[in-house]
Each structure stands twice: as structure tokens, then as C-alpha cells.
Design a protein around this ligand. Structure first.
Ligand SMILES: [Fe+2]
Ligand SMILES: [Fe+2]
Length: 255
């Protein structure tokens, strides 16, 4: 699969940078996104150390490193932060991450924290450049204690981090989810075990209720569009997960 332009209008693009072939990457296959508006770029979850050179190669088709104004990190996992020190050298970007993860990031070998911006628990508006606004939306405990989503009001795409993430078999490489029922087996186990609780899900659903959403773009697996968006959200709203299912002895209840 090549890069996928999820939204393209004059002066505004939202692109899935596809750096890998199925089965090529060790660990978890992940999505990296680039938003470019009038010559300013934003990277969403640029990825781990191993994928960094290929993500850069794909990004260069659309933007130069010096055009990248912001990097947004949905949370603190190594498949997101691992390549960050190189991105900081190549770009002038500010890095947005939940304020609760700021003090842990130096352990990734990041010495200079002056370009980091801690996102408060309630989220914030991010003005990338004049006329280029993104909304940083809280998604606490889904799965990280300080998880953030990013909403682009122009493309109406919500970047959801690990919410909606799928682990597809190595021979599958679909760009989009159109039929949620057939997609469910690829997300169910992950959401039950990793997502914090149904309370966290309900809080997030209330938070995003006023957003006009055309697509949900997760950090792993295909992008939800059309009916699949509402079908996924409806399934999620009733999901018991994480703490809801935890029992003494470390077991998780099945349903
Ligand atoms: Fe994660
Ligand atoms: Fe992830």
C-alpha cells in the first residue's frame, strides 16, 4: 500500500504515510500521519526508531523538514516516541504531548525539553500557523492515562491514537474499514485488554459528541469511514474493558 491521501483540497491535505509493506516491520505495524496546510506541516505519531528513515522518505514527497511546525504524540509508547530525537534534529517542530508524560520523555534520550508543550488534561487548541488550527482532544485511559486525540476541522478527520487500532494479519493491508462487522475480530481483543474502562469510553464519547467526524484515523490498522464510523462508536459505547473485567489473580473476565 502506498501513501493514502485521506483528504485533499487546495492548500490542505491529510495524508497517511505508509512506510512499510505488510510483514516488513518487526513489532507493531503503525500509521504515521501528515497534515499540510499552506506550506506548514504537522506529524501525528511519527513512529519508532526503526521506521523513522522510511517515514521521512515518504514525508519528503509532500513537505520539507523545515516546514514541520508541530509533532503531536498521542501518548508515551515507544512505537510513537522512539524516533523523536532525530525528528527534533531535522525539524523546527514543537512537540505536543500530555503534560503527565513530559517528565518521562527524557528517558528516550531527549535532553532538550525546551520545544515540548505539555497538553493540559482538558486538551487545548493548537495554532500551528496563522489560519491552521487543530483541536487536541482528551482521551484519558484509552489506553494511556494521558492519551490525546487530534481533530482537524477542515478534513473532519479525528486522529484517535490507539482507539480503533487493529492488528491485521500480515497478508492484509486494507486502507479503510467500510464494513464494521467483518472488521470487529481484528480489534476486539485489543480493546478489551488495553482500554481503561467503559467509564473512560463514555467520557470520551461525550467529549467528541459535538465534533463533525468524517473519518476516524487510528495509529494502527485501517481508517474508519462512512457507516463504519458510527458502527464502531456504537460498539465501543457498550464495551466492558480493562478495569471493568479485572479479577483477583490477574485474570480478565471474558465479557
Ligand atoms: Fe499505545
Ligand atoms: Fe499504539
Amino acid at each position: 500500500m502506498r501513501n493514502v491521501e485521506l483528504f485533499g483540497a487546495v492548500g490542505h491535505k491529510f495524508i497517511l504515510l505508509n512506510e512499510s509493506e505488510p510483514g516488513e516491520e518487526d513489532g507493531v505495524r503503525s500509521n504515521q500521519y501528515l497534515i499540510v496546510r499552506d506550506g506548514s506541516g504537522v506529524l501525528l505519531d511519527p513512529g519508532g526508531f526503526g521506521v523513522m528513515p522510511r517515514v521521512l522518505a515518504e514525508m519528503l514527497r509532500y513537505a520539507k523538514p523545515e516546514q514541520i511546525r508541530a509533532i503531536l504524540l498521542s501518548h508515551q509508547d515507544p512505537d510513537i516516541v522512539g524516533g523523536l530525537s532525530t525528528w527534533l534534529e531535522l525539524t523546527p517542530a514543537e512537540v505536543f504531548v500530555s503534560s503527565i508524560w513530559m517528565r518521562f520523555l527524557p528517558h528516550y534520550g531527549l535532553r532538550d525539553m525546551s520545544r515540548f508543550r505539555g497538553v493540559p488534561d482538558e486538551g487545548m487548541e493548537c495554532e500551528v500557523a496563522p489560519g491552521f488550527h487543530l483541536r487536541i482532544v482528551p482521551a484519558h485511559f484509552l489506553h494511556s492515562e494521558g492519551q490525546i486525540n487530534v481533530y482537524d476541522p477542515v478534513s473532519r478527520i479525528l486522529f484517535t491514537g490507539d482507539i480503533g487500532a487493529a492488528m491485521l494479519p500480515n497478508d492484509r493491508d486494507d486502507a479503510f474499514v467500510d464494513d464494521f462487522a467483518t472488521h470487529l475480530p481484528f480489534i476486539e481483543g485489543f480493546h478489551r485488554r488495553y482500554m481503561g474502562s467503559n467509564h473512560a469510553i463514555r467520557c470520551w464519547l461525550d467529549t467528541i459528541a459535538d465534533l463533525d467526524i468524517d473519518m476516524l484515523a487510528p495509529q494502527h490498522g485501517p481508517i474508519y469511514r462512512g457507516r463504519a464510523v458510527q458502527d464502531f462508536l456504537a460498539w465501543l459505547s457498550d464495551l466492558k474493558c480493562g478495569i471493568d473485567l479485572l479479577e483477583a489473580g490477574g485474570r480478565f473476565r471474558k465479557a
